[in-house]
Design a protein around this ligand. Sequence first.
Ligand SMILES: [Zn+2]
Length: 395
Amino acid sequence: MDPGAPVGYDGPMRSLAALLVLCFSLAEPAVGYGYKYVHEVLPGERLRDIANRYHTSEKAIRRRNRLRRGKLRAGRKLRIITSVPSRTRRRIRYTVRKGDSLSKIAKKHKLKTWVLRRLNHRLLRRRRTLRKGMRLWVVVEGPKPSGGVKGLFQLSDGPGYRVRDPRRGWGTFLAISRIHEVLGAYSRRFPKAPPVQIWDLSRKGGGYFPPHSSHRRGDDVDVPYVLKRQYQGKTKLATPSRMHLPRTWWLIKRFLKTGDVTFIFINRSLQRALYHYAKGIGEPKRYLKKAFQYPSRRAIGIIRHSPGHDTHFHVRFRVVKTKVKTKTKAKVKTKAKVKTKTKVKTKTKVKTKTKVKTKAKTPPHPRSGRPDGRRRGAPRAGRAARSAAALDSTA
Ligand SMILES: [Zn+2]
């Protein structure tokens, strides 16, 4: 959400990158569009610039604002919803100082002189020359959206997997440890299988990572499907016939088993193949229903359709936020102890004891000092749905 009436203008935006993101974000599932902005159109600004700025499409902006074709009117305020945090812009007053000229002021604010003139045309019509103390409208950029994450860990090669590009292999402690754990198990289960290449997680500091629209916080990872031997190294595109179903399914199932996965994005046709394979080998119906969106088209299940996921599946781990959990845990424990052991032990003793116990049970998270508080067992669709609302979409 954006306070005031931020107005946007396109700085030195790499339009190619933005366009790429655009293409990718169009292929996103409609999960969690979250960032709302109000954008005031600058003179000379095109809809394309605005769409790029917010990593959304012209079509989406037109639809939301009921825009007709044709020129955009400067000064118009557009409502924009996007899945990508974007830079805001604000219109503020600038007080003219001695020695100022329009071009100087324009330059200072990275505006074109004619744009500045247009922004202030009413005032400038009345007073042709600038005078000290005059108040002009200018536009200033908000801070760059960081979206960065501190304390990500770098994934390095391990049993069962290789990291395709370590610079793109930064993830949360949870993500890194689960990947390591799952692929390790994979290599023990299929000792003769070649190691799985792990594609992108996030960049070192997190944040915007083209061409992805997600992969910003270290909780996303792309894993290529396991292909049958004759296709390995020859193609990346997986089809139901090229895919090594037993191994791919085993891998996906193992990721689900961690209980720390909120989504796995898989193309619908591949999802179908995996679903029928899993059903064929006797996976319980209830489990399949929880795991797969297929055969439904509703927003259910952890494995969701998302176009573009025909070379890799995309695993999103849950966001680590366990501070509250530990507190409640500790409280419950203290209470229980006090109740059972009662008067004999002093309160302080009970407290210290519980502290030690909790620490031992849930090792503190190396980054934040929070325990990672993971849960084992079957993943729950409900949790996934809840986090879906809060999360950003994927590619
Ligand atoms: Zn991805």
